[in-house]
Every structure is written in C-alpha cells, then in structure tokens.
Design a protein around this ligand. Sequence first.
Ligand SMILES: [Zn+2]
Length: 176
Amino acid sequence: MSLFFDLSFSVPVAILKIVLMLLIILNNMLKIITYPNEILTTPSRPIENPLDPQIRNLVKEMIQVMREHKGLGLAAPQVGKNINLFITEIEDELLVYINPVIQKVSGKEVVAEEGCLSFPGKYLPVVRQNKVKIKFTDIDGKKQILKASGLLARAIQHEFDHLQGVLFTERAEEDF
Ligand SMILES: [Zn+2]
C-alpha cells in the first residue's frame, strides 16, 4: 500500500519539478530583441566596472545566444541591455569588447550582404570600409587596441553601430 502511494505521488511530483525547473531556465535565458523595439534605437551607456560579475555572466549568456543563432556578433542592446558591450566570433576567434571606441575606419569601400539577429531572415547590401582600429576593455579588464580588416572589420562596425542605436537598415543600399 505504501509503495503504491509513493509511486502515484512521487513520480508525478518529480516530473512536475523537472517541468518547473525547465520553465525557470527558459524564462531566465536571454531573448533576442527584434525590430521594431525602442531599445535597438537607444544609444547605450558606458560600463563603469568591466570586472563586475554581472557583466561576466551577461557575456557568457550572450556568447550562448550568439552561437545558438549562428551569429557572427551580438551587441548588448540586442538582448535588452543598453550598455557599451558587444561580442564577435569570426573564424573561431571570440572577442569581447567593453566600452569600445572606434579610433579609425580606413581602407577601400566594400559592398557586402549583411544580416542581423534583430532582423531574422533579412539580408541587405551595406557599404563599409574594410579596415578598422578599435580600442576597448576586454573581459579581464585589460585595455586593448585591435586593428581588424575584412569580415571582422565589418562585424565590428555593425556591432559598434548597435551601441549608438544605429541599425544596418539605415546604412543599407536598398530600402528596408
Ligand atoms: Zn545587428
């Protein structure tokens, strides 16, 4: 009698607990903000303490979201945070840019199709110069200066624009 009692109650309770846990996990996962949303067009603010554990956690989650969606980059406003932070991952090189400042954009102008996780399925030709020099703080709080070219330079310019509240559709050669 007691065995029957245990099974009939503990199994459904265990399942319910698992379902609840999954719901909590899903609810806590970052969601990508898609256009139109005011967050995407609001300029971001500087991060006062790059070593804040909350920043480190946010970066971890952003990396997960970017990889899940097969993105080359992701900016904090795209996950609902108007702070100066973005990440890129190109050719297996993951970079975290905190409080980035573009120091120089140079090189020839190149047109290429660009996409954005905030505009699912949308690709538009955008002209950008193919070299960029950017200053930022990395995830360990170290100041970095990076000179990039090609696809990385394009991704950096695209993500940096997000922090200014500028979207690639505004730079596109075709109307959105
Ligand atoms: Zn984007």
